[in-house]
Design a protein around this ligand. Sequence first.
Ligand code: ZN
Length: 164
Amino acid sequence: MNIEKNKVVSFHYDLSTEGQPLESSRKGDPMSYLHGAGNIIPGLEKNMEGRQAGDQFEATVPPEEAYGHRQQNLVTRLSAKRLGVPASKLKRGMMLQVQTQQGPQMVRVLKAGRFMVDLDANHPMAGLTLTFDVEITDVRDATAEELAHGHAHGPGGHQHGEEE
Ligand code: ZN
């Protein structure tokens, strides 16, 4: 079965940038997604098209087809006081959730001084060219429910609570 729109694809991946490993799915279940629904980054989804279970390949995805380029206007300087977290507790690289006009957002601490903190709302992988080592483990038809939800269910896919 070839990967095309409305198939659920399961795959393992090792992700790296310029030879530096970033993450891997190998310790758990393969990841599952609904093809054609924008569940994964566009550059990877494009490389999946037409492949089959058992296929292994490497895909190199530039930032514009992954998490975009870094934007300097997403870096803001705030007083630690306004952030409500003691400056002594802040460390470079730490992730924090802050309230913005668009709702809660994850930001990374770029620099923490005694009074001022530089926060970066760029995606941690923004600006990176990503290399995926992919092994496709399964391709199947999506269920009606998956199509209605716009994502894959089951191990490696979207996990709903009992009440849903
Ligand atoms: Zn669902």
